[in-house]
Design a protein around this ligand. Structure first.
Ligand code: ATP
Ligand code: MG
Length: 466
């Protein structure tokens, strides 16, 4: 059985930067599943890149110790051999694909492992069936929903059949039913001899798979084993919903079709204001598409209005002042180079200057840990830091309707709670209409007032009434 170890590893991203890890020891027990539950920006993605040999080959430097696979220094193993033995799923789904379709991407991945053609075909077929992705294999990857992309990326990693598999936030954007199905598949693979190390800030559903949970100590010199309580591992309770208050964003006979697939049958609703709503539903059901339609970014049938006014045909920016959208992919939405520039733009242009005063904006920046990142490039931030920056940028623009598409997908619990407090405070004070999607429910649903479930092309109220 393959053993992967860090021995007294000291690593820094650049010679003039202090080391991120100091004399760190870690040993991956074969045929186990370890969960890394560390706070945001604490270096878990760096840690993973070290474990699979991308660092220091493509960045940073090791000044003490090293990474060893069965006692052999990792850098002495040729890259394709290394990739065969250690598979890695990166956090950012859009950076994972270089081919147009999943079928082509799987071929590319398996060809890189220098497998013969007949094995490639068999492995592709097997993994597509295991993950129930066969129907998506020839679709353009860029047109898949967030969760479909995530599952496609997972398929590419599992197809390599590496003995050790590292997964960085593998279920971000994946719906709870698919997550449970995938966790069962990982358990099956573990029983067949695979070893998993997973970074996930949402440990719900892991009870059968998990052997160890780890977090870093304060100076990153040790990974500490700790116990996750059964209640943390269990699935969350359904949401209790409050009676809906009247609002201003209304649709009548709204229906949606995409890629020749009906996503929503004609439907009527007025979204409440001063309340936080959850839009839920399986991957690919049409949640992001509904948000895009409500922002008039994609075509829809039927009527949409805000306080009785239809979206203007021309002057589209007028509608953008009513309805704000946080996209599912955080990096797609930045307009400036640094954190400070991005935030200054928002602060100067907010539509709610009486609420988003300089003091309140300053406080929010501090609370989200963005103050000390002011001079960083937005593209050098960790996935979670980018998401917090985007969250504040959208929130502080102050539109009366806010649609947030998976705003918490890359965040740890502490950050989620800070975001929810900021969101709740502004929603109650400004009586804004807030609808968000989140496949993760732990620590979130208890703050929400109602749930809309998109299922069988229709929207229904979910949970139970208080
Ligand atoms: N740009 C696009 N072009 C064509 N089809 C698309 C495009 N984006 C999404 N689709 C398809 O439309 C359907 C709905 O996708 P959508 O992104 O709205 O789902 P979703 O409910 O947000 O899913 P997820 O939970 O995975 O985020 C899916 O079948 C998806 O593959
Ligand atoms: Mg989506």
């Amino acid at each position: 059985m393959v053993k992967l170890e860090l021995r007294e590893l000291t690593f820094s991203h650049a010679p003039d930067r202090p080391p991120l890890f100091k004399k760190l020891d870690f040993c991956v027990e074969p045929q186990t599943c370890s969960l890394l539950a560390t706070p945001l920006g604490s270096g878990k993605s760096t840690f993973f890149k070290l474990l699979c040999g991308l660092y220091p080959q493509f960045g940073g430097q090791i000044t003490n110790g090293g990474v060893f696979l069965e006692g052999q220094p990792l850098e002495q193993i040729v890259p394709f051999e290394r990739a065969k033995r250690i598979g890695m799923l990166f956090q950012d789904p859009d950076k994972r694909f270089c081919m147009a379709t999943l079928d082509q991407q799987l071929t590319f991945v398996l060809e890189n492992l220098q497998l013969p053609a007949d094995q490639i075909t068999a492995k592709k077929q097997h993994i597509l069936q295991e993950l129930e992705l066969t129907s998506l294999k020839d679709r353009q990857l860029s047109t898949l929903s967030g969760g479909q992309k995530q599952q496609a990326a997972l398929a590419c990693v599992l197809a390599t059949e590496s003995e050790i598999i590292l997964l960085d936030e593998p279920f971000a954007n994946v719906d709870p039913t698919s997550k449970n199905k995938l966790l069962k598949l990982l358990l099956k693979l573990k029983k067949q001899g695979k070893t998993f190390i997973i970074a996930d800030h949402d440990p719900s559903g892991y009870q059968d798979l998990l052997d160890f949970a780890y977090r870093f100590n304060a100076d990153h010199s040790r990974l500490i084993k700790f116990n996750l309580s059964r209640s943390t591992l269990a699935s969350p309770v359904p949401l209790r919903w409050q009676p809906l208050k009247p609002g201003k964003l209304t649709w009548k006979q709204l229906s949606l079709t995409r890629s020749n697939k009906l996503l929503l049958k004609p439907h009527d609703l007025t979204l409440p204001k001063g309340q936080l709503g959850l839009l839920s539903g399986a991957n690919g059901v049409g949640k992001s598409s509904l948000f895009q339609a409500l922002c008039t970014l994609i075509p829809y049938q039927g009527n949409l209005s805000y306080a009785g006014q239809r979206p203007p045909r021309f002057f589209k920016q007028r509608w953008a002042k009513k309805v704000g959208l946080m996209l599912q992919e955080a990096t797609a939405q930045f307009s400036c180079a640094t954190v400070q520039e991005e935030l200054a733009l928002v602060s100067q242009n907010t539509l709610a200057p009486h609420y988003w005063t300089k003091e309140r904006f300053f406080y929010a920046k501090q609370a989200l840990g963005l103050t000390e990142l002011a001079h960083h490039s937005v593209y050098q931030l960790s996935g979670g830091q980018q998401q917090k920056l985007q969250f504040l940028s959208v929130l502080a623009m102050g539109q009366p309707v806010l649609l947030l598409d998976e705003p918490f997908a890359n965040l740890d619990q502490a950050s989620i709670q800070t975001c929810l407090t900021l969101l709740k405070d502004s929603c109650r004070a400004e009586q804004t209409t807030v609808l968000l999607t989140s496949h993760q429910r732990v620590g979130i649903t208890e703050h929400l007032d109602y749930e809309l479930i998109l299922e069988e092309q229709t929207l229904k109220l979910g949970g139970y009434q208080t």
